[in-house]
Design a protein around this ligand. Structure first.
Ligand SMILES: Nc1ncnc2c1ncn2[C@@H]1O[C@H](COP(=O)(O)OP(=O)(O)O)[C@@H](O)[C@H]1O
Ligand SMILES: [Mg+2]
Length: 277
């Protein structure tokens, strides 16, 4: 791995906690406690953990959609206080505009972003590039309801990329897809991310999943979370060669890493199946 540890962090989570207070009842939930983590430029970091352990809470704070109750979240050394086009978000449920075509969805950011006034020709070129990159050429004029789940997620991905973000935040983007489509999109994501580019030219990706195999296949590092309150239990290096191809999944190196992570979260996963509230 190329000197992951020595670089200044792209994203820094420093002692963050988040407490939710339900307005009507005043009930408090400490969703995450004292989470610290540095993510460097060009890194692909996966966060895994049982349902309800605070994965989305962390991602939303990096996105600027929520504020920590304590601690700081910073990008390139500056605190994150609001959403910004340098951070693109892809959610599980596509979040496409249903009344806009594929093309119009992808074009939305480049057209309306206040800091990027592209000319029509430039914008057209940019949008075409991302449509091609995610292999949606030919489907530009379809509406989201006319697309398969996989194609919708390709469109959501292109829409996030068209803002040319430095950091991509992905919250279980493949969780609603069937198993085959999910495997295909995992490889596609790595291709689009630029596995063969130097680290400095790659986007920084923070990818949330509850799939252990998915995390091992994609990540440079996997942060494993525990529950009640959510904490980062361990961060594991995934020293598997890139580019990663389907055949990697059958290797003993891959299986060993996946097993190690499973042992770590097994107890938590078990407890999450028992509702103690
Ligand atoms: N807006 C909210 N108000 C109150 N509690 C919340 C809110 N969002 C999340 N929580 C609680 O915080 C915890 C972490 O949630 P979340 O970050 O969504 O977990 P995950 O994404 O790992 O499933 C859960 O106990 C959840 O019920
Ligand atoms: Mg979640």
């Amino acid at each position: 791995m190329e000197a992951l540890d020595q670089a200044a962090p792209k994203i820094r989570l420093d002692g963050i906690s988040k407490e939710y207070i339900v307005p009507r009842t005043g009930q408090r939930t400490l969703a995450i406690a004292d989470v610290s983590l540095d993510i460097v430029q060009g890194e692909f970091l996966c966060i895994v953990g049982p349902s309800g352990c605070g994965k989305s809470t962390i991602l939303n704070m990096i996105a600027g959609l929520a504020e920590p109750s304590a601690g700081t979240v910073a990008m390139d050394g500056a605190p994150i206080r609001a959403p910004g086009s340098e951070r693109g978000v892809v959610f599980q449920d596509y979040a496409l505009f249903p009344w806009k075509t594929v093309r119009e969805n992808i074009e939305f950011g480049p057209r309306f972003r206040s800091d990027a006034r592209l000319g029509a020709a430039e914008r057209d070129k940019l949008v075409r590039h991302y449509i091609d990159l995610v292999s949606l050429t030919g489907a530009e004029h379809k509406y989201p309801h006319e697309l398969s789940g996989g194609m919708r997620q390709r469109c959501a991905f292109a829409r996030a990329l068209a803002n040319e973000p430095e950091v991509l935040l992905m919250d279980e983007p493949f969780a609603a897809l069937d198993a085959q489509t999910r495997l295909i999109l995992q490889e596609e994501l790595l291709r689009i991310w630029g596995e063969d580019l130097p680290r400095a030219e790659r986007k920084t990706v923070i990818f949330i999943t509850h799939g252990i195999d998915e995390a091992v296949f994609l990540a440079d590092r996997v942060a494993v979370m525990s529950n009640h309150p959510g904490r980062i239990k361990t961060v594991m290096d995934i020293d598997l060669p890139r580019p990663r191809r389907e055949s990697l999944r059958a290797t003993s190196e891959f299986q060993t890493l996946a097993d190690e992570i499973w042992q770590l979260i097994r107890r938590e996963a078990y407890e999450a199946t028992i509702d103690r509230r």
